[in-house]
Every structure is written in structure tokens, then in C-alpha cells.
Write a protein that binds this ligand. Structure first.
Ligand SMILES: Cc1cc2nc3c(=O)[nH]c(=O)nc-3n(C[C@H](O)[C@H](O)[C@H](O)COP(=O)(O)OP(=O)(O)OC[C@H]3O[C@@H](n4cnc5c(N)ncnc54)[C@H](O)[C@@H]3O)c2cc1C
Length: 469
């Protein structure tokens, strides 16, 4: 292998795939090749950082968004170094480590990391950008895969990494132009009458983004955002320092005991904040859990994880995934004006016609069924996770052939601790890895930059160690 070099395909060039390419380019030999495959035209941006809307902000402070775990100030330094070219995108002046910058800028940062390897570090010969969708991956004799892309070409690779992001919405998606199953699709709001009522299914950060987009395009109609508990993400606030309430040694293995410990820490932190004006209250406790979340999750039995998903997930999500303060202000204003209604309701039935939708909803806690009519419903519930009905041909094929399987909670793919994909027969495949949101069931925290950058660095180390030496 060393004579002809190793070829690794990275499928998906959002944050995860693009950053893995950067790490592998840093480690590769002259003869190694990285194929970075992306079906969209914008390599390095993925779903989160492709938005052109300058009011779609990062929901993590700039100081925590470095692409490299061992260089925590890297993104902030990049912002500073590129200050003059970014002025147009940062109307409020230079961005410091506590600022929430437009997500588009973050995409430019990732693109610049790739550009740096190509243009300044002379790695152009080691990287092939393939603008196409990978649709099939077949194991070949002697190890490795034949990767087929939608355009028909096939590439022989020694190893492949699935960096596909979240599953697309899967089963049971209503059809029709009045129902937008993908809130990120460029046409999700096309042709929408500004005075019309809109239904957002979901009240998390995705719904918040869609509300901001609607307000930016001058929407005046009522926006009904519905979810079972009607919980909106909380807002970020200045946080002095995370409070570590647990350590690996003191963490209880049972969910109920864990919740008790965290609640006690929250009560103490809130008391400290209200009586002495000291500390960051509950936010500091949640942030203090962050470095512990993966081991805590992995220490829980499968049934405990299921209980968490059934009963606690909405509360965790709304406290953990918070809104930037400017975004929170606009959401609060839209609610105060009565334009944005957050409803705690369960969907009983959806009727979709070509030009309108009717939702029959049952209020939380019971009561009469309420019907809401709207010109458009936008699905903001987040990704599908059922491999058995994924519309993604690459995953569907791998699943049908038993090359991948769902994790125990059916939130994504089953992988081992080295991110190697586990097949239907329970064997980890050293030549096939997955990272990012696809691995959420195994790690729980694997969907945001601070966690993915660790995964990427570790995977690059092990792939290079096994295949590029
Ligand atoms: C709206 C939004 C805002 C977010 N904001 C933040 C934030 O502020 N801070 C933070 O830390 N995290 C944030 N996140 C979390 C985000 O998921 C991660 O930060 C990160 O962007 C995930 O990147 P990814 O590459 O794993 O997935 P994605 O960004 O989804 O990228 C996957 C890529 O794979 C491509 N692809 C999929 N299938 C194929 C195929 N078969 N062939 C070729 N290409 C394919 C897709 O086109 C896509 O470009 C946000 C997420 C969203 C959705």
C-alpha cells in the first residue's frame, strides 16, 4: 500500500468531512490521496454554515468554535487576522471570543482551512474535490471499496468515512408544496404569502432559525410553532465560568441519581446568583457538564438512555442548545407582539393539499382538538433516524447489504469507540468510519463543533497511523 499510497474517500464536506480532510492532508505522504465528496456546491459549509442570512448566528461563542482542540484560540485569531475583509459581515465591530458571529463567517473559516492546504501548503495533488453525491459503496476483494457517485463514475478507495451529517427526514413525510419537509431547502419559503399563517413543527433552534428568516423577509402572518411541550431554547447569558458538578469518579451510574445531583447543583448555583449576584446560575452547571457528557452517556444502561430520551430530552435540549442573545431578543419581541405563538400540542392529524395545510392538534394536558389552517407547514423537528426508511441511497444500500446497522437507540449508526462502523453481524470495519451527528446514539454529544473537532482529530490520527505509514 505504501508504494502506491493510500486513497481515502470522505463522503460529505460539511464541518466534519472538511475538517477531517484538513487533518489528513496535514499527515499524508506525497502519494496519498483524499477524495472529498460533496453533493452541494459549497465545500466546507454543510447545512449549518451555508446560510446566506447574516442574522443566522452561531449558537456557540466564537471562543469555543476553534476547529482544533489543541489551539482553542484559532477561530478568534482567524477572525482577527481577517478583520478587514469581514467588516461588512460584522456591522457591530470586531468579534471577540464572547461574540456570536454569523454562521456564514464560520463556513468561510472552514473553507479557508482547506484553501490554506491547497494554495499555501502545496497539498493540491493530494486532494480531489468531487462535486457529486456518493450513492453506493461496495466492499472489494483485497480490502477497500468501490465508491459510485450519482454521475455514474466509480472510484476505488482503500477506506471511506461517512460524514453525511444528520439523516434527512425519513418515514411518514407528508407530500405537497404546502408542506416543507426540509427547512434548509432553498425553496422552503418560496411563494409564501407574507400575510399567511405558517405552522412550524418543532420549537427548537431550527424553528428559531426559520422564524428569523420569516421576520427578515417581512412576514406579517401568524407563526404557530408547535411541539409536545412547547419548550423554546433558552437564551445565552454572560457566563463567568462553567461549574463542574460531577467528575468521572463521582458521577452516579443511574439516571435518577444523576438528575438529582445536577438539580442540587443547579439549586445551589441559582441561589448563589440570586442572593450574592455570583456565578452563572443554571447555565454554568449545564456548561460544566459538557466535558463529561459523553462518558456520562456511555455509562448509562440502554434502558436508562431510553428513559432520558422519553422524559428529559426536551428539557436538556432547551437548556443545552441555547440562542444567541440578539436572536433571543427578536424571538421575545415576536412573541410579545403576538405574531409568534409557541404552542404545547400534539399532532393528531395533518391534512395537506397543494395550497394549504390543516393540522388537528391536542393541547398538552388534554382538551378539545383544535384545528389550525396555514398556507405552509415547515418541519423543524430535526433529522429522521430510521435507517429502514432513509431516502439516502448510500445509507439505504449499505443498510440493505448489512454493512451498517443502527445504534441501540436508533438515533444513528452503530460505531465503536474508534468511530469504526459496526456491520449487521456485529463486526467493526477498520476501513469504514463515521463521525459527527451520525454517531449521536453512541456518544450523544457529537453534533456540535466542540465535540466533532475531537472526533476528527482522533479519527485522523488513527486512519493515518493505520493507512498512511
Ligand atoms: C442550523 C444549524 C446551526 C448550527 N449551529 C451550530 C453552532 O453555532 N455551533 C456548533 O457548534 N454547532 C452548530 N450546529 C451543529 C452542526 O451540526 C455542526 O456544527 C456541524 O456543522 C455538523 O457538520 P457535519 O459535517 O457533520 O454535517 P453537515 O453540516 O450536515 O454536512 C454534511 C454534508 O454531507 C453532504 N452529504 C450528505 N450525503 C451525501 C452524499 N451521499 N454524497 C455527498 N455528500 C453528501 C451534505 O450535502 C452536507 O454538506 C448547527 C447545526 C444546524 C443544523
Amino acid at each position: 500500500m505504501s508504494e502506491r499510497g493510500t486513497t481515502i474517500a470522505i463522503i460529505g464536506a460539511g464541518f466534519s468531512g472538511a475538517l477531517l480532510a484538513v487533518h489528513l492532508l496535514d499527515r499524508c505522504r506525497r502519494t496519498d490521496r483524499i477524495l472529498l465528496v460533496e453533493r452541494n456546491s459549497q465545500f466546507g459549509r454543510g447545512v449549518a454554515y451555508a446560510t446566506g442570512n447574516p442574522h443566522h448566528l452561531l449558537n456557540v461563542r466564537a471562543g469555543n468554535m476553534s476547529a482544533f482542540p489543541d489551539q482553542p484560540g484559532h477561530f478568534v485569531q482567524w477572525l482577527e487576522a481577517n478583520r478587514s475583509t469581514l467588516t461588512a459581515f460584522l456591522p457591530d465591530g470586531p468579534a471577540g471570543r464572547d461574540s456570536f458571529v454569523p454562521r456564514r463567517i464560520y463556513g468561510s473559516y472552514i473553507q479557508d482551512l482547506i484553501g490554506d492546504r491547497i494554495w499555501r501548503q502545496g497539498k493540491a495533488m493530494n486532494l480531489q474535490l468531487i462535486h457529486d453525491a456518493a450513492v453506493r459503496l461496495d466492499a472489494v476483494e483485497g480490502g477497500g471499496f468501490a465508491m459510485q457517485v450519482d454521475g455514474g463514475r466509480s472510484y476505488r478507495v482503500d477506506a471511506a468515512v461517512l460524514a453525511l451529517g444528520n439523516f434527512p427526514p425519513g418515514c411518514d413525510v407528508p407530500a405537497g408544496p404546502a408542506y416543507a419537509p426540509d427547512p434548509w431547502a432553498p425553496n422552503a419559503l418560496d411563494g409564501l404569502d407574507r400575510e399567511a399563517d405558517v405552522i412550524l413543527v418543532g420549537t427548537g433552534l431550527t424553528a428559531v432559525d426559520v422564524v428569523i428568516s420569516l421576520l427578515d423577509r417581512g412576514h406579517r402572518g401568524t407563526i404557530h410553532a408547535i411541539s409536545r411541550r412547547g419548550l423554546l431554547p433558552r437564551a445565552h447569558a454572560p457566563v463567568p465560568a462553567p461549574i463542574p458538578s460531577l467528575t468521572p469518579d463521582t458521577a452516579p451510574g443511574r439516571l435518577s441519581a444523576l438528575v438529582r445531583t445536577v438539580r442540587q447543583a443547579v439549586r445551589a448555583a441559582e441561589a448563589d446568583l440570586s442572593t450574592r449576584g455570583h456565578g452563572g446560575g443554571w447555565r454554568a452547571v449545564i456548561d460544566g457538564l459538557r466535558p463529561m457528557t459523553q462518558p456520562l452517556w456511555q455509562g448509562l444502561a440502554a434502558e436508562e438512555k431510553r428513559r432520558f430520551l422519553r422524559h428529559l430530552r426536551p428539557w436538556w435540549d432547551s437548556h443545552r442548545h441555547r440562542m444567541a442573545p440578539d436572536v433571543a431578543d427578536r424571538i421575545a419581541d415576536a412573541r410579545a407582539r403576538g405574531q409568534l405563538l409557541i404552542r404545547a400540542m400534539r399532532i393528531r392529524a395533518r391534512h395537506v393539499t397543494p395550497d394549504r395545510v390543516a393540522f388537528d392538534l391536542i393541547p398538552r394536558g388534554g382538551g378539545a382538538v383544535e384545528r389550525i389552517l396555514a398556507a405552509r407547514a415547515i418541519d423543524c423537528t430535526g433529522p429522521g433516524s430510521d435507517l429502514a426508511c432513509t431516502p439516502e441511497p448510500l445509507l439505504a444500500g449499505l443498510f440493505a447489504r448489512g454493512a451498517i446497522r443502527a445504534d441501540a437507540l436508533a438515533l444513528g449508526l452503530d460505531v465503536d469507540t474508534d468511530l469504526r462502523v459496526i456491520s449487521a453481524d456485529g463486526m467493526a470495519n477498520r476501513r469504514l468510519a463515521a463521525l459527527g451527528p451520525l454517531t449521536k446514539g453512541v456518544f450523544w454529544e457529537s453534533t456540535a463543533v466542540p465535540d466533532i473537532r475531537n472526533q476528527v482529530a482522533a479519527l485522523a490520527r488513527s486512519l493515518a497511523g493505520e493507512l498512511m505509514e
